[in-house]
Design a protein around this ligand. Structure first.
Ligand SMILES: [Ca+2]
Length: 382
């Protein structure tokens, strides 16, 4: 019991310390980049040595991020209420001095600016999508990138219930060109099962905010429901399946394969085994606070055994875990720890595969915040 209690205490302490990290670390020079520690301990590969390590790219406190055409990386900074752009050309990453976008956001718990997504047709229309949480509500907006600054802000979804925690806010375009949006239960658990509520869902909308004609519930933005507090969305590059994560209350952090119109159980159940609901594809018994997930597209920068795997990051342990899928790419057959640098990078939060094939992750700790490249560990057999 005592070990479990300590684990929960650490989790909540970290959640409430996050705003400090996000406030303190949005600027700074390279000297503030925390250097990852030794990489030859922990881990779950067959050798016992984690397969990956981190290489710092730029000092930045990123909650979510999205790569864009023109060697650009957009990211949100949580409590700062800003979207920033990093120029990534040539591998020398530099953040522009002025934010792309700013809005007033809540300063409690997990409030702030969270999601950012780039329109699939950005090169032509310059649309950028942003999700943020105030003390009163969460909101999805679309802005136009006009020479590096936002303009023409339009509200696409308003009136999403907000709370100190469980506000969701992950944005991702599917292979179908629709925008998927995670919303949390805003600490009102029953809303996740309420078909009228926008909360506790994954929503699916057209790029103009309208409801797609092939959504499962006519006239509703709901794509699936029974979600507690999802911080992770990814589209599998080989199947176009949507995967999402959900975080349990004291147990059962989940990785789920998204099925249109389905019920994922919250608050009736978490984890596997309740036949009334869709089982998660993978469950972690201990609450690590999953922060994001990436289905890795085949790339020459990683050996082939990592292609089409799922990787996910966490807030509490600062690890990246790896899930290997079966031939159908719909079932998890094994899991391991792919990165364990003993929390040297702090909480791992924003997580994406870049256009160069590498995964990139943001880390926040008391010694600074950075975005890192996830590189192969030279000390580990691959
Ligand atoms: Ca569930």
């Amino acid at each position: 019991m005592s070990r479990w209690f300590i684990s929960l205490q650490v989790r909540y302490l970290l959640f409430f310390m996050l705003p400090l990290f996000l406030i303190n670390c949005s600027g700074g020079s390279d000297s503030s980049i925390p250097q990852p520690g030794p990489t030859n301990n922990g881990g779950g590969g067959s050798s016992g040595i984690p397969s990956f390590t981190l290489e710092p790219m730029v000092a930045a406190s990123a909650t979510q991020m999205a790569f864009a055409p023109g060697d650009q990386l957009f990211y949100t900074d949580g409590k700062g209420g800003n979207v920033w752009v990093i120029d990534t050309a040539g591998g020398a990453w530099q953040r522009r001095p002025q934010p792309f976008y700013h809005t007033e956001v809540g300063q409690l718990g997990e409030q702030g600016i969270s999601g950012v997504a780039i329109d699939p047709d950005y090169a032509a229309n310059k649309f950028v999508y942003i999700y943020f949480t105030t003390p009163q509500y969460s909101r999805l907006v679309r802005v136009t990138d006009t020479n590096g600054r936002s303009s023409n802000e339009q509200i696409l979804i308003d009136g999403i219930l907000a709370a100190n925690v469980h506000n969701g806010g992950v944005l991702l375009f599917g292979a179908d060109g629709k925008l998927y949006v995670t919303t949390g239960d805003a600490t009102q658990q029953h809303v996740a099962q309420d078909p009228v509520s926008l909360n506790g869902k994954i929503l699916r909308i057209n790029a103009d905010g309208s409801v797609p004609s092939d959504n499962p519930f006519p006239g509703s933005r709901t794509w699936l429901y029974g979600v507690r507090n999802s911080f992770g969305l990814t589209v599998h590059p080989a199947t176009n399946d949507l995967w999402f994560t959900d975080n349990g209350p004291t147990v059962d952090d989940e990785v789920n394969l998204a099925v249109k119109g389905s019920n994922y159980g919250w608050p009736e159940t978490t984890g596997k085994g309740d036949t009334r609901f869709i089982d998660p594809a993978f469950v972690l018994a201990q609450p690590v606070g999953i922060t994001n997930i990436v289905a890795v597209q085949a790339t020459p920068v990683y050996p082939s055994q990592y292609h089409n795997n799922l990787f996910f990051t966490d807030f509490v342990e600062g690890k990246i875990r790896r899930l290997v899928l079966d031939a159908s790419l719909k079932t998890v057959v094994s899991d391991s720890v792919a990165l364990d640098i003993q929390h040297a990078a702090g909480a791992l939060i924003a997580f994406k595969q870049g256009p160069d094939g590498y995964m990139y992750v943001s880390g926040s700790s008391s010694s600074g915040s950075s975005i890192y490249r996830v590189a192969l560990n030279p000390n580990a057999p691959q």
